[in-house]
Write a protein that binds this ligand. Structure first.
Ligand code: PMP
Length: 359
């Protein structure tokens, strides 16, 4: 069977080398991990105090509805509580959407060189995958529309896109949404939303008011600095949320994660500071690229994809041996580039210094 063959080819997601692994392998004291787009500034102090909580609640199942977090997030986003669904990370939401809507007789449209989990989950569900070549690292929305067929159930849009960091301007996204037939779900993955500074970016939550077939995915793993706790959320009209709920595990967001995420929302000052420092960090990388005549994608995220014009594994390995874990572009569809997470000022200086030695 076609889909079984695909399943056998599927490899589990490989999150990259861990700090401990690299320390041991290269006998290094200090490792800087700039590979998974985490927040180098950690999380809000308010989260840390909220987590010094009464441990007796550990014996009790989490609130399956994430009631308090739901109330806080609904207030913050100015949406109804029934317009939100929570996931154990947004990975879990991608999985739920795929589980609920994809099957061997459905097709799903996505861009090449985007977040790997859309394709991974589509294969697991046995769906027909229509991968549309990107245009210079950006989704080719017209060709994605053209790829829709009578079996299409779900279209995946990642903006800002991982691994390029590029975004879709509002006018293009709206024109695209206007043309997608209403029975097809559009998933707009905005994992890096909070880092965006582009003027022509859209208010995606507002777009969910207008488009009945749009779901926006966001996460507490990036700017909120809570990747370890696994909390993501989807916002859409009630009908979509209701349809997805049966695919959600009853206790998919744990108690500690719910407390931390609710506290994190309350500290928008922390978010603003991280956004500002990230921009300064990106500028360090832009300057390095310009000085060394290296091509890069202008980024709306907390990472940057730089083309070194040599096999990406060479750059990756050179940095690894010097204690910097980055992401080789090889597996990301950019065989001569590496993706580097923007770190603290010192971490960025360190990795740039190592890269200058490489060049
Ligand atoms: N979407 C995109 C575009 C991502 O880059 C990531 C994290 N790498 C995720 C979703 C998943 O994030 P999480 O499960 O931690 O919320």
């Amino acid at each position: 069977m076609r889909w079984k063959e695909q399943l056998l080819k599927l490899t589990p997601y490989q999150p990259g080398k861990s700090i401990e692994q690299v320390k041991k392998q290269y006998q290094l004291e200090k490792i800087v991990k700039l590979a998974s787009n985490e927040n180098p500034f950690g999380c809000s102090e308010m989260v840390k105090s909220a987590l010094r909580f009464h441990t007796e609640s550990l014996a009790i199942y989490p609130n399956g509805n994430a009631a308090n977090l739901r109330e806080e997030l609904a207030k913050f986003l100015q949406v109804d509580e029934e317009e939100i669904i929570f996931g154990n990370g947004s990975d879990n939401l991608i999985q739920m959407i795929s589980r609920a809507l994809l099957h061997p007789n459905a097709s799903t449209v996505m861009s090449t060189n985007t977040f790997s989990q859309y394709k991974h989950n589509a294969i697991l569900e046995g769906a027909i995958i229509k991968e549309v070549p990107d245009k210079n690292g950006e989704h080719d929305l017209d060709s994605m529309l053209a790829a829709i067929d009578e079996k299409t159930n779900v279209i995946w849009v990642c903006s800002p896109n991982n691994p390029t960091g590029t975004y879709i301007p509002e006018s293009k996204l709206v024109a695209f949404l206007d043309q997608v037939p209403e029975h097809i779900l559009v998933v707009l993955d905005e994992a890096y939303y909070e880092y965006v500074i582009a003027d022509d970016y859209y208010d995606s939550i507002k777009l969910t008011r207008k488009y009945r077939n749009l779901i926006v995915l966001r996460t507490f793993s990036k700017i909120y600095g809570l990747a370890a706790l696994r909390v993501g959320y989807g916002v859409a009209q009630k009908e979509i949320i209701k349809a997805l709920e049966p695919a959600r595990e009853p206790f998919n967001v744990n108690t500690v994660a719910q407390i931390a995420a609710a506290a994190a929302i309350a500290d928008q000052k922390f978010v603003e500071e991280c956004k500002k420092k990230n921009r300064q960090g990106l500028n360090q990388f832009y300057q390095f690229c310009k000085q060394n005549d290296l091509r890069y994608f202008p980024s709306q995220t907390n990472f940057i994809l730089i083309d070194f014009k040599v096999e990406s594994e060479k750059v990756f390995q050179f940095l690894l041996e010097r204690g910097f874990i980055v992401r080789s572009g090889n597996a990301l569809g950019f065989p001569t580039a590496v993706r580097i997470t923007v770190g603290s000022k010192e971490q960025n200086e360190g990795v740039i210094k190592a890269l200058e030695e490489f060049l």
